[in-house]
Ligand binder design. Structure first.
Ligand code: 5GP
Ligand code: ZN
Length: 120
């Protein structure tokens, strides 16, 4: 299920180029074009879901798999949490009040040496 006019549907389908870091049948991950941290990756479901607020119990298994994918990708990107000073930030902006710019559900992974502070 993809929306013809959705930027992230097009990116997941390879119709618009991106710097891919991961893909499987359900998810696609790529570097943010405007990185707010040394590592800034976006993780999206291939399924077009506009926002976190559009999710109900039916989406719970997908969201669970997306959530567990985040630390795996952070580790792959070299910013996983391994103790001491390591780790990463996960952000999901929802709606204009939450700073969402692209209306296809996505999680930001931010990490790496600072200082950086933009929330996503
Ligand atoms: P939002 O504010 O919706 O949570 O985040 C959207 C993110 O998508 C922004 O951080 C922005 O830099 C990124 N972005 C917007 N357009 C593109 C694009 O065409 N390619 C890539 N890789 N990232 C994009
Ligand atoms: Zn979409």
């Amino acid at each position: 299920m993809s929306h013809d006019d959705c930027l992230f549907c097009k990116i997941a389908a390879g119709k618009i180029p991106s710097h891919k870091v991961y893909e499987d049948n359900e998810f696609y991950a790529f570097h943010d074009i405007r990185p707010a941290a040394p590592v800034h990756v976006l993780v999206i479901p291939r399924q077009h879901i506009e926002t976190l607020s559009a999710c109900g119990p039916q989406e719970a298994p997908l969201l669970g798999r997306m959530m567990t994918l985040l630390p795996q990708l952070a580790a792959q990107l070299g910013v996983g949490y391994t103790g001491d000073d390591t780790g990463f930030r996960t952000v999901i902006n929802t709606g204009p009040g939450g700073g969402q710019e692209v209306y296809h559900l996505h999680a930001h992974i931010l990490g790496g040496p600072g200082p950086w502070s933009r929330m996503g």
